[in-house]
Every structure is written in C-alpha cells, then in structure tokens.
Design a protein around this ligand. Structure first.
Ligand SMILES: [Zn+2]
Length: 156
C-alpha cells in the first residue's frame, strides 16, 4: 500500500463510519492533519517508516521491502491523525497505565487496529467479533475478546 492509498483508505473509512457513528467536526480536523502531514525521504532512519511526533512529519526510507503482513504507511498515517479522543477510549477499554511498553501504548494500538481492519478486509459499516480476525498484528496478545469487540466496533 502506497502513502496515497493509505490516505484514501482512511478518508473513506471515516466517511463511511458516519453512517452509524456521529461525525463531530473534531474528526474532520484529524483528517486534515493526516492529509497535511508531510512525507520526508530519509535513508538514515532506523525503521522503514516512522511518524516523528515532535516534528509532525512521516519519515521513510526508499530502499525497503515491506512485509505482506504489515501496512506501514497506513500505520504511520494513523499516527498522524493525532487521534487523542480515540486513544482515550482505548486507554479506558484496556485500562492502560500511564507508562506502558511500546505495544501497549494507545496510539500504537490504534495504528495497529487500522492495519488489522485493512488486512482482514473489514467493512466500516459492519460489526465484527474476534472470530472474524484472520490476520492479527499483535493485538490478540494484549486484548481479550470483549476488548477486541469494543475496539473494532465502538471506535472510529
Ligand atoms: Zn507505531
């Protein structure tokens, strides 16, 4: 998935979600931040791609092969949404403490949730359970059945 495809996917997802979740203006601000976050080529970074939080940009290397089971640009674009409202909901559902390790941070879980939605071809207007997940991206290790249900269905 290219960066432009990732942006299109997120825009379509948010718009389709309005069919059954109220769509307050806060979310259009998130989409605007996502759209305008610059993509910067930098072959010195450690990871294939990463969202630089204090510089508000996504850096990427051009000499990489992205594995089939990860959707890196989608992941980084979700970080660039700066989705604090959704992240607060994740903290609540998973009872996350202030200091958690990397995978148990709300922003990381939200980015992976979108990878999971994309890889499993989930429809933004349908409800899903843990049994519908064919491809996991590390979330099943940290969430139980009820938590996964809430993340999949009660969040943008
Ligand atoms: Zn991440």
């Amino acid at each position: 998935m290219t960066d432009n495809e990732a942006k299109l996917y997120l825009r379509n997802w948010f718009l389709a979600r309005t069919l059954y979740i109220e769509y307050p203006p806060k979310y259009s601000k998130q989409l605007e931040l996502m759209e305008t976050t610059p993509l910067v080529l930098d072959n010195t970074i450690k990871y294939p791609a990463c969202y630089i939080r204090n510089r508000w940009c996504i850096k990427y290397r051009d000499n990489i092969t992205i594995p089939d089971d990860r959707v890196l640009f989608l992941h980084e674009r979700v970080h660039s949404l700066r989705a604090h409202l959704q992240e607060d909901f994740i903290k609540e559902v998973l009872s996350l403490k202030k200091k958690e390790n990397y995978i148990k941070k709300a922003e990381e879980i939200y980015a992976r949730l979108f990878e999971l939605r994309y890889l499993n071809n989930f429809d933004p207007c349908k409800l899903y359970t843990i049994n519908d997940i064919r491809i996991d991206v590390g979330l099943l290790k940290i969430c139980n059945e009820e938590q996964i249900y809430k993340l999949l269905n009660n969040i943008m």
